[in-house]
Design a protein around this ligand. Structure first.
Ligand SMILES: Nc1ncnc2c1ncn2[C@@H]1O[C@H](COP(=O)(O)OP(=O)(O)O)[C@@H](O)[C@H]1O
Ligand SMILES: CC(C)(COP(=O)(O)O)[C@@H](O)C(=O)NCCC(=O)O
Ligand SMILES: [Mn+2]
Length: 921
């Protein structure tokens, strides 16, 4: 078992892995066997769910490597020991806080690993903060800390595994109280851990003896309600309906949540009418619940595990066990009272009339009959209680549901049938964790109570697609252990569950219900079936203030719930993988270590894809933007900081070299020609996209400048979507009337090289020249060859060497500090320029979800009246249909044939110039 020593060592090891200088190209040989790797022997769900990289200190939504504070480090205990415990009193990262729900069947753990919400000291950030008037002050008297919430469960009869897990991760030192929260060091003595469920009483002594902690008991119902309210308010796609095999996420308006009926199906069942936060009444319950299914099922089928029992049901046919209406009515419906022949008249009713023993029945059929009996019964009682209180919405939680399609379908069917469609059954993704979350919320000053949807980002670390198993060894806290874990899976050669086609759903309409419709064969093992990721808390994310209707906003243009669409993009991403791994490995020096990481990344990402092919909603609502972001996250998980670093640098240099000529050319044009040339330039330069297969093939055919010229020469109006004339009129006016210039423009920039240098910067310059302030909005973290906010100031400074307008504006925006001793025209400009600024967008993806942007972007948006979105990721895959409060220009070259056909009925390399004046709605 792992002790505290390993815990600290793990941190040290992961911090030890340094970036390597890049000079060699490591070819990756083992990519053939990528898709679909998995394994039976694995770390537990618990360990897997903990394999996300520690979140960074910056504002972005992703992880970066941990920063260790080694000051006042001290060896504890015996110096002679091989692995002495090292105490880091000032280390505030990754301190965990734990809450428990110890139920009759399962123990649920929610723990929080914390990360200080530091503001980076980088110069750009400081000036941006000053210019945009962003303060560090918090609304509350104690800080909301960045960090991550983890969800883990154990079977109650294996409580020792749970205790080992808590010990190995030292979670028992993290129980917090109002004193140590935020102090940076958890109290090591007399820790008190919040716990709910009967086991909080039953196992008090065991926790004291084994871990030296006291359990602070919280009321179970209080916790269930607090957990459900938190989830329904704070997680965007927490609730979903499940009917006839179809899962649909429901967007709950937090202001219109109450009242509802909460039905928690654990070992037993509680039905709670919820009227508000802390306002509820347990109105009913039933003793026929999850424990009944598992207990009776075990006796009747000899199954060894709950999952085995549930899996059996998927191959069952209940007609051999249940007495159906048709059995009584000679095969006919009893339509007068709305019952079809296949409706169950009496669960297990057939077993009385036949001269058979238990052994004569198939365990599969028994399991299915039992599952139907219990699920249907719970659905029916729930409906009756909803009816009693006039409640329309019923949320079902508890681990009996276990994300199992047929269970949910049966419950939904019962609710719908008896309510004649009036009431709706909804399920929760964190189904079994309501109580544990509620216990966590009961800590004073946890800082989570008024967290909002936009401050939470759910991530699925590499272990998410894999099967679970026993816990052995210490948790996988360092990268090396992670990689070995991936390698072990491949050696074992166990295939991840192959995609299972959905069978046609079927009910008979009149209250009958055919055999299981939604999934055949194998049930996913417990770990991956949890379908919950790690919740990252990022306090300084905000909703983009210029969205015309944030409630209606949907970032994704391409909906991957369409299977054909999912299959297409899955293939595109998989085909791109070998090239991406090559780039990533080269970017880290092509070392053996980088190659191992590259392999592990490829396996992890392919496994995610295979998992999502099998169950597109496994990680919540899925759009193309999520897949593209998952790829970047996965790279970061294996510590590939910037796979396209050298390509970006090369392209930036080549483009900066021709910028002066371009600027001169532009300056010799009339206003009108110049504006058109500038837009053409943006569209043409958007061809430099290392995420597009077609474009990467192109790059082999010429130099950057040759391709840029070719692309520009091919620009021919009308473009496939061409609102240029409307944009020009807004900019230049018509009939001799000069319009008022925009006050501030936000330019969401895309790729490095020509795209930013020869496309967007000259456009920015034109706006500046016309008196419009310009804010360049760039990624917080690298994604493909996209330019980042960190990289932009240097590029601007370089460009400013050749241009007074850029220089003056960059100085005014604090991007460069008096960079030029001699200005180009020999004299300092007398009037102060309008400023050019750079803000980070809060993302590390080629797409942007405007519901979760950095607070500096949100601040910059306040005075903006023009939004320019550039590139396929930001303007097409996402935000193509977004409406804004300011004027919006969406510019992109479509570098994918299928997207061109589907979105604009065009072909590859067609261009989009969509202009939409401010939405007044
Ligand atoms: N791996 C599992 N082992 C045992 N029961 C499970 C498992 N997965 C799901 N279940 C079901 O979940 C029920 C327990 O749900 P839960 O919400 O944890 O309630 P409790 O708090 O009573 O333990 C069990 O009775 C069983 O029906
Ligand atoms: C990842 C991208 C959105 C980046 O495009 P960009 O935003 O740089 O214009 C795009 O390259 C893409 O959709 N690529 C996959 C499709 C393909 O290879 O055709
Ligand atoms: Mn891009």
């Amino acid at each position: 078992m792992a002790g505290p020593t390993e815990d600290y060592q793990d941190i040290l090891v992961s911090n030890d892995i340094k970036h390597q200088e890049e000079d060699t190209t490591g070819k990756n040989k083992s990519l053939e066997k990528l898709a679909g790797v998995g394994g039976e022997e694995s770390q537990s769900a618990a360990a897997e769910r903990d394999m996300a990289p520690p979140a960074g200190s910056s504002i972005h939504r992703s992880g970066s490597r941990p920063q260790l504070d080694l000051s006042k480090a001290e060896i504890q205990g015996n110096f002679e020991e091989r692995d002495p415990t090292i105490l880091l009193p000032n280390q505030s990262d990754d301190i965990s806080h734990l809450a428990l729900d110890i139920g009759g069947s399962l123990i649920k753990l929610v723990y929080f690993s914390r990360h200080e919400d530091q503001w980076n000291d980088d110069k750009r950030k400081k000036t941006v903060k000053q210019r945009l008037g962003i303060s560090n002050g918090n609304r509350r008297s104690y800080p909301v800390l960045g960090g991550r919430l983890h969800f883990v469960k154990f079977e109650t009869h294996k409580i020792n595994e749970c205790l080992d897990f808590i010990y190995s991760k030292q979670l028992h030192h993290g129980g917090m109280d109002s004193l140590n929260w935020g102090s940076g060091s958890p109290s090591r003595d007399n820790a008190v851990i919040k716990a709910t469920g009967g086991g909080a009483y039953k196992f008090t002594d065991l926790f004291r003896e084994r871990l030296g902690v006291s359990l602070d008991k919280e009321d179970e119902m209080d916790c269930l309600v607090a957990g459900a309210n938190f989830l329904l308010k704070a997680i965007r796609h927490e609730a979903f309906t499940h009917m006839e095999g179809q899962k649909e996420f429901v967007q709950i308006d937090p202001n219109d949540l109450f009242p509802y009926l909460l039905v928690n199906i654990g070992s037993g069942v509680s039905m709670i009418k919820v009227d508000g936060d802390g306002k509820f009444e347990r109105v009913s319950g039933t003793n026929v619940g999850g424990g009944t299914y598992w207990g009776l099922g075990r006796l009747l089928t000899k199954c060894k595990s709950f999952d085995e029992l549930l899996e059996l049901s998927q191959r069952g046919d209940n007609r051999t066990i249940d007495m159906l209406v048709g059995d009584i009515y000679g095969g006919m419906d009893y339509s007068k009272i709305g019952l079809s022949a296949s409706t169950i008249a009496s669960s297990f009713g057939k077993t009385i009339s036949e001269n058979k023993e238990l052994k004569d029945y198939r365990p599969e059929d028994i399991s299915l009959s039992l599952l139907r009996m219990i699920s249907y019964n719970i659905g029916q009682i729930s409906y009756l209680n909803a009816l009693r209180f006039g409640l329309k919405r019923i949320f079902f939680g508890g681990f009996f549901i276990r994300g199992h399609a047929y269970t949910m379908d049966t419950i939904s069917f019962a609710v719908q049938f008896w309510s004649k469609g009036e009431a709706q059954a909804m399920f929760l993704r964190h189904e079994g964790f309501l109580g544990a979350l509620g216990a966590f919320m009961s800590y004073e000053k946890h800082g989570l109570d008024d967290l909002m949807v936009h401050q939470l980002v759910e991530r699925f670390p590499m272990g998410a697609p894999y099967s679970g198993g026993k816990i052995h060894g210490p948790p996988l806290a360092d990268l090396n252990a992670k990689i070995s874990w991936m390698e072990k899976f491949v050696r074992k050669g166990n295939e991840i569950t192959a995609p299972v086609p959905m069978a046609k759903p079927g009910t008979t309409g009149l209250g009958g219900f055919e055999v299981p419709s939604s999934k055949g064969g194998i049930l996913r093992s417990d770990a991956s079936a949890l379908n919950v990721g790690v919740l990252h808390l990022v306090p300084n994310l905000e909703v983009f203030p210029l969205l015309a209707d944030p409630k209606m906003y949907e970032p994704n243009t391409v909906d991957l719930s369409d299977h054909g669409e999912l299959e297409y993009w899955f293939t595109v991403l998989l085909e791109h993988l070998p090239d991406l791994v090559d780039k990533a490995v080269a970017s880290e020096g092509g070392t053996d270590d980088a190659k191992r990481r590259g392999d592990a990344f490829a396996r992890a990402f392919s496994a995610h894809l295979a998992r999502l092919m099998e169950e597109p909603a496994a990680y919540g609502k899925l759009g193309l933007a999520n897949l593209l972001e998952l790829r970047e996250e996965c790279l970061r998980e294996f510590q590939f900081v910037d796979a396209y670093r050298s390509i970006k640098q090369r392209e930036n240099e080549a483009s900066l070299a021709v910028l002066p000529d371009l600027l001169m050319e532009l300056d010799n044009m009339s206003e009108e020609t110049r504006l058109l040339t500038l837009i053409e330039g943006v569209l043409a330069a958007n061809i430099f996209d290392w995420g597009s297969r077609a474009c990467v093939d192109l790059y082999h055919k010429g130099t950057i400048i040759e391709i840029y010229r070719m692309s520009r020469n091919k620009m021919q109006r009308p473009w496939r979507v061409d609102d240029f004339d409307a944009f020009k009129e807004r900019m230049l006016g018509s009939g001799g009337k000069k319009p008022r210039p925009h006050k501030r423009a936000l330019l969401f920039v895309d790729n490095s090289g020509a795209d930013i240098v020869l496309g967007m910067l000259p456009l920015a310059r034109e706006l500046l020249r016309r008196g419009t302030e310009v804010v360049l909005v760039a990624n917080s973290l690298p994604a493909l060859n996209d330019i980042t906010a960190m990289e932009l100031p240097d590029i601007v400074a370089e460009a400013a060497k050749h241009c007074n307008i850029l220089r003056g504006a960059a100085e005014a925006g604090g991007l460069i500090v008096d960079a030029m001793t001699n200005s180009l025209d020999g004299s300092k400009e007398s009037s102060p320029s309008v400023p050019l600024m750079v803000v980070e967008n809060g993302c590390g993806s080629p797409c942007i979800d405007l519901r979760q942007v950095s607070s500096e972007l949100a601040a910059a948006a306040k005075d903006a009246d023009l939004i320019i979105l550039e590139g396929m990721g930001r303007a097409l895959h996402t935000n193509f249909n977004a409406r804004f409060k300011g004027d919006a220009l969406k510019l992109a070259m479509v570098k994918n044939q299928r997207l061109a056909e589907k979105l604009i009925k065009g072909k590859i390399y067609d261009c989009v110039c969509r202009y939409e004046p401010a939405s007044t709605s």
